[in-house]
Design a protein around this ligand. Structure first.
Ligand SMILES: [Zn+2]
Length: 283
């Protein structure tokens, strides 16, 4: 949430659809009496656009998305938006304008630049404000890694794009990063070093990109739904086209066995917990 002036504010990205009411309440609180005039999306994944429809309804704000996503959102292309076939969901929304790399926006009293950040999503943008040295990094750079390299799984050069994006971020003068997931951080060099290391590991073993995608999508699915029976996850792995495609070219396991394996791995990693075959995100 950015306070543009005494009367209005801008929100960047909006979380999961299932948290819509909570997001509206949090935004209303953060506005401190202002109106929400504008909503800006860094990219169009379910965990970044899920609250768009609810916020537009509650506040009548405009919605700005990256130009590269306009066609997918207009047509509501659930495959391109990584929804049904990926075990994710989102309420449909309409946008008012688009932004392109190189565009400048005034938000929170500062001038921001939209920068291309392909890799996790080829159309994603990050937002950089030189004066306060702030970077809104979306899923291009987290304190510990970055988002799933979806393009790479479609045969597009996601690894190369990610390297170029990290190089672009490394060239900026950044004091503070507001990532798409996790806490705000300031040790940008250490985060970049971890991200490059992760990228090198993916380049050495492309199977890691696939395993990372399975794990992340299962976790996101559960963060949205809060809980699921292992049998429901098995059905999801069988029915959702992206999972079926990944399984066919990696694990090649029966859906039940694959669900069990992923849950076991994610419980061991401390990310999920399971009780009587009901799986939840770890607290
Ligand atoms: Zn994303």
């Amino acid at each position: 949430m950015l306070h543009d002036d005494a009367d209005s504010g801008t929100v960047i990205d909006t979380g999961y659809v299932s948290h819509g009411a909570q997001t509206v309440a949090l935004v209303r609180h953060a506005l401190e009496g202002r109106r929400l005039s504008r909503l800006v999306n860094t990219h169009c994944h379910s965990d970044h656009i899920g609250g768009n429809a609810a916020l537009a309804r509650a506040f009548g704000c405009t919605i700005t998305i990256p130009t590269g996503e306009a066609r997918n959102v207009t047509a509501w292309d659930t495959e391109a938006l990584h929804l049904d076939g990926f075990g994710q969901r989102c309420e449909r929304f309409a946008f008012d304008s688009t932004m392109t790399a190189g565009d400048r926006l005034t938000m929170g009293g500062f001038e921001w630049q939209a920068l291309a950040a392909p890799g996790h999503d080829m159309d994603s943008l990050v937002l950089y404000a030189p004066e306060p040295r702030l970077l809104i990094s979306a899923d291009a750079l987290w304190e510990n890694g970055f988002g799933v390299l979806f393009p790479e799984l479609y045969g597009e050069p996601g690894l190369d794009a990610t390297r170029a994006t990290l190089d672009r971020i490394a060239a900026l003068d950044v004091a503070t990063v507001i990532p798409g997931h996790g806490a705000i951080f300031s040790d940008v060099d250490a985060a970049l070093e971890r991200a490059y290391g992760r990228l090198d590991a993916f380049a050495r073993d492309p199977g890691r990109v696939t395993r990372n995608a399975f794990r992340a999508l299962i976790v996101f699915h559960l963060l949205d739904r809060q809980s699921a029976h292992v049998d429901e996850l098995a059905a999801l792995l069988e029915q959702a086209s992206f999972f079926a495609m990944l399984n066919a070219r990696s694990y090649r396991l029966e859906p039940g066995a694959l669900a069990q394996k992923l849950v076991t791995d994610l419980v061991a990693a401390g990310v999920l917990q399971v009780e009587a075959d009901v799986v939840r995100p770890a607290p």
